[in-house]
Design a protein around this ligand. Structure first.
Ligand SMILES: [Zn+2]
Length: 358
């Protein structure tokens, strides 16, 4: 068993390299668009090879473009040519035989003065939390380079074996505001992550600072404060997700279960009038971070139906409302209310489709 994920790497090309990459990626998509429209016109796949395509691209890259065009054509034919996609965003793809990566540079053939030349371009693993992920021990797939709002991004697909064998060990994770995350494993190990009170305090501080700035009409400072708050929240999500995945790894977990669309929670749990909008959090992003980091460790993430996960008795399935700090059931079951959700999420019905819909 294995799964393929995409790792993002920031590219730092020189001005000259950047203009070459731009040129190449424009050429790349125009080759694909041309080939696709030819194939659609003839209603059959192309027989062209790299030497039939008179553009300035390394032949390996041309071959990749032909391959991509063929797969676009296949999909189009499957849809009975109802819509023929036209690529607009510049992109260029190298197959895994054609590039190398050593954490600081990606080297691949680019067109220098009309000749394909292998050049190292400065690279930076974009996701700072991936530092302890040993990319190079895995099988690397294609290298995709694209430009996003003036930044050059390299995406490398990586095939990672999933940890199976010693049976399925499941861990439920409940995301919330008061307690940012609670995990409970099959063998009843419990772990709390983050500090909801501190987060709330911090967000309130950001808000009151902005209120003061608003009175002084300092609009730029308000915007900076908003950006700062966003960065801080993202950073918290990185830390929490890392801690959760480390805990899972330490307990040899093979599946992490999360609620699907956990963000519904943030409206129901913060319905107190004065708290509205004050303490919101994107559970969606935190889920995504957990999924991404877990996958890098070969741990699967599944999403479950969130209905009644905080009310159902984990022992007898009766529904109860927690009173105060404790959750009590007629059957005698009794636990701290904050861990009920995670206990139920472990064994709740898994929602079809692997990924969480936005
Ligand atoms: Zn019960």
């Amino acid at each position: 068993m294995s799964q393929t994920i995409t790792v993002k790497i920031k590219l730092l090309p020189t001005k000259e390299q950047a203009s070459i990459l731009y040129e190449m990626s424009q050429t790349y998509i125009s080759v694909i668009n041309t080939l696709v429209s030819e194939m659609v016109a003839e209603k059959k796949s192309t027989k062209k090879s790299s030497k039939d395509i008179p553009v300035h691209l390394p032949s390996a890259v041309k071959n990749q473009a032909i391959k991509d065009a063929k797969s676009v054509f296949k999909k189009t034919r499957k849809n009975q040519f109802t819509s023929v996609p036209v690529l607009k965003k510049p992109v260029c793809i190298w197959n895994n035989q054609n590039y190398s990566f050593d954490y600081t540079h990606i080297s691949m053939p680019i067109m220098v003065n009309g000749k394909a030349t292998k050049i190292p371009i400065c690279a930076l693993l974009a996701d700072k939390d991936n530092r302890n992920f040993d990319l190079l021990t895995y099988k690397l797939g294609t290298l995709r380079i694209t430009k996003k709002s003036n930044k050059w991004i390299a995406q490398i697909s990586v095939t990672i074996p999933t940890t199976r064998g010693t049976g399925l060990k499941i861990m439920g994770v409940d995301l919330g505001l008061k307690v940012p995350a609670v995990a409970v494993t099959d063998d009843e190990k419990v772990c709390f992550f983050g500090n909801g009170r501190q987060n709330k305090f911090k967000k309130r501080k950001f808000r009151s600072d902005r209120k003061a700035l608003g009175k002084k009409k300092k609009l730029n400072a308000i915007r900076r404060s908003k950006d700062k708050e966003q960065r801080w929240m993202k950073d918290q999500d990185h830390k929490t997700s890392r801690a959760i995945v480390n805990f899972a790894k330490g307990n040899k977990i093979s599946v992490i279960r999360l609620e699907q669309l956990a963000k519904i929670r943030q409206t129901t749990r913060t319905s107190r009038k004065n708290e509205k909008n004050l303490h919101t959090w994107s559970f969606y992003r935190l889920s995504q971070f957990i999924e991404y980091k877990a996958n890098l460790e070969g741990i699967n993430v599944e999403y479950v139906n969130p209905a009644y996960t905080s009310q159902t008795c984990p022992k007898c399935s009766e529904k109860n409302k927690a009173q105060g700090r404790k959750y009590k059931c007629k059957c005698g079951f009794e636990k701290h209310r904050d861990i009920i959700g995670a206990m139920n999420i472990r064994y709740a019905p898994v929602v079809d489709g692997k990924s969480q819909s936005a």
